[in-house]
Design a protein around this ligand. Sequence first.
Ligand SMILES: *Cc1c(COP(=O)(O)O)cnc(C)c1O
Length: 386
Amino acid sequence: MPLTSEPQDRWAWVEIDLNAIRKNTRAFKGMLKRGTQLMCAVKADAYGHGAVACTKAMHASGADQFAVATVAEGVELRQAGIEWPILMLNQAPMGAIQTLVDYDIMPSVYTSEFALAYGECAAANNKIGKYHLALDTGMTRIGVLPADVVEFRHAIDFHRGLECAGTFTHFATADNLQDWDFSLQAQRFTDAVAALHDAGCDVGLVHCDNTPGIILHPNMHFDMARAGIGLYGLQPSEATEGRISLAPAMSVRARVMRAINPAVGEGVSYGLHYRIPTPHIQVATIPLGYADGLSRTLSGRMDVLVHGKRARQVGNICMDQCMFAIDTNPVRSYRRAEPVVEGDLVTIIGKDGNECITADEMAKLRGTINYEVTCNFGMRLEKVYL
Ligand SMILES: *Cc1c(COP(=O)(O)O)cnc(C)c1O
């Protein structure tokens, strides 16, 4: 399976299937009523999938707006020529306000000091400073508390440089059905938006659902919904499985750089924690390590795929390399695997033949969630777009 597009300078890379991204985006857009906008979270370099390429693929498939976490992420999209609305899902430090205005990145706002400084800067640049008002309805992360929101708007609305383009909150438990805490947050949000309306405030686009919210709580779609993990083809929780069909977009691949048959008793990697137990064990090295997002906590506990079969990773995962073992013993034929040679394709995440290793499998082994697995593989590996 030689890939003409794989990087020439390193035998480890991430493959991104943009068709999967397009298909998933259409699936989410299709869950929304006509006229409801889809905002795509492309923060953290699109969860490790590459923000610029994903943003373009998503927009071509029905996405209306995009969400980033940092000023730099917004600037990267603008410098790549992306002109669609970008919301930063947080307030920025005061020192970044000029950059937000220069690049038309809408901040989320929850302090009047920030809002007024942003309005001042926008006005000084003959622009209108669009922002989204963040409400903290129970996650205790960012936002104005519902009890303070009308007063907050009265304190900033005099400023001619400001325009409220949206009002939103974020759910802590959208991935549970029939969750009491979710209902409480939903009620607080609905009440706060109603209070703003009653006070005569223009609230802009009302939005709150994330991926699990879109799937499990369609009554909360309002004017816009914010999808993230689902766009990349991963389920946010067990509760959403079976309710939407998604195609994982990321695969992680490498090629064998070296393979030898060490003598019984020889050790592998830092600490020599793995020792060759029997004759005919082959140990192969791939140029992929924890600096590429392969968590060291997986050492000796994960599989890779080679020739369509599982092989156990052995020894400590190094910063830039790791090793796996192949039992080529001709006697124990029930386990016998074909020896590998330099250049053989190895799959760390993704499919090879009938076998598959998912981000969910790796997340479970690591004691984390699939979100962190894909984010981590975005760190250093070159991305190849299919
Ligand atoms: C990351 C994020 C999202 C997207 O969440 P998913 O669970 O990936 O769908 C939506 N809204 C906010 C505020 C976020 O931080």
